[in-house]
Design a binder for this molecule. Sequence first.
Ligand code: HEC
Length: 475
Amino acid sequence: MFKNLMVLWLILSFADCKPRQPPQNSGIDALPQSRAILGPAKPWTALLIDPKRVNESIFERRRAAWETVERALTRVDIVNPKTGRPFVDANTGQTLTLPLWQTWYEANEFRTMMFQLWSQLTPAQRIARESSAPLVDEVMNNHHLNTLLKKWTRPGPSGETKFEKLLAEITADKELAALNGVSGSGYTLFSPAMIRHYLLHYGDVFACTGTPPEFSTGNPTKDLATCLGDAFPPGAVAVKTTWSNANEKVGVFNTTARGLANVLSMEKPTWRTEDSTNLTTHSPSEIYTSSTFENEKLSKTFVLTGLHFLTKDIPEWMWISLWWSPDSDTDFGEDRPTSISTLGPKNALAVWSHYKMCVASTFDEQDLTTINNNHAVTTAALLASTDSSLKAALASSYHFSAPHTFCSNPFLEFGEGLANTNCIGCHQHSGPINSGAKVDAGRKRVRTSFMTDFTWSFDSPMESFRSSIKDVVTQ
Ligand code: HEC
């Protein structure tokens, strides 16, 4: 039912530009008891970024974006709740680890936390739709203790519980990643600061009337989020991922100056050109690979083809996107810091060096001349270009984009017309479903204020914080 609604919504939203590829979603939910193992999600400390500096220089912007990627991929260890010590490899004794972002929360975990908060608020607080910071922190700290279902802790015929069997399965990095990495309905993960903001501001979310936000609160920060009481704090991050079956080939997209010119010169730019229908095989050392658990058994394996990092390090967020590529050291991978190539799991240390990256930080960045001084360009020259450098690729993207800002992930922005986007142009329309919020590929700023601080998860059929709040408050 949920999936059908989602499909219907996507079709309606893209009425004039139907997506031709379905989202590559594994359809497998993380186990509820995964959280009992992962513990509370690890916090994200925001980078201090000067918006002017990143808006005015693509090179500053990319440097800050790679630093963010590096920090999100940094590996953390996880304490085994049975032993009280980090999980280790039984053969080598080495500590098992997973990337920081894979400890974060799915939207459906928020529903449980909202329920816990509501049940501890006083009747007066409920009537006033008030929250309480100490209670929110307590609920978040204890959430992992509330996820272990009884049937998992009942001893089986062998005397062992299902939960103990699951713990015994975790003998390598890939099994830790399997706890949360690939999931069905919640394939976006949210940092603790983002979840905390919703728990603190549930009253504003509940009261949101669903009218378009063409008014000002008089406060530029609050104007970013008229349905949330206030904008998300620094530390808020959303990570959207897309995965393919590990036994299938994945797409190859040409993002050099020529490749981009081919795509972006189309009337409705789409990544489904001749270049992009090339498919290639891959090995686990070249593409981030994760299994899933079904019950306590390891199940299907998936490969990560693309991921978005949305970080509230600046008021309009950093819009960072990574996509897999077999020739990842050219164009959008040329400036990748070498440190990224040490952040993979132990059997695939350099796996993240197979991803390219684009970033946008506002509607219209001010650095066009920096790029074009070095690259006087014409469409004909770009279509014939053999230059695979980053500068040439940027010059090509700028030639075809106005306002001059570009970031599009070939594995995620697959609909017609969506290859030439800047993320924020579409996300500015986000709001409650009944507010007339509609997916729009335009890139210009067309609003004076925003309802949900650019986040679609506020109320999309994929994940809706608003409906979790409504369900709990009106139960
Ligand atoms: C044409 C519209 C459109 C464009 C362009 C677009 N997105 Fe989105 N995005 C959506 C919609 C709709 C959702 C919610 C449904 C889903 O998750 O697929 C979403 C969800 C997300 C989420 C999950 C969190 C949230 O609440 O929104 C992130 C993160 C994200 N997008 C990042 C990006 C980045 C980075 C780019 C640019 C590379 C981008 N998006 C381009 C429409 C768009």
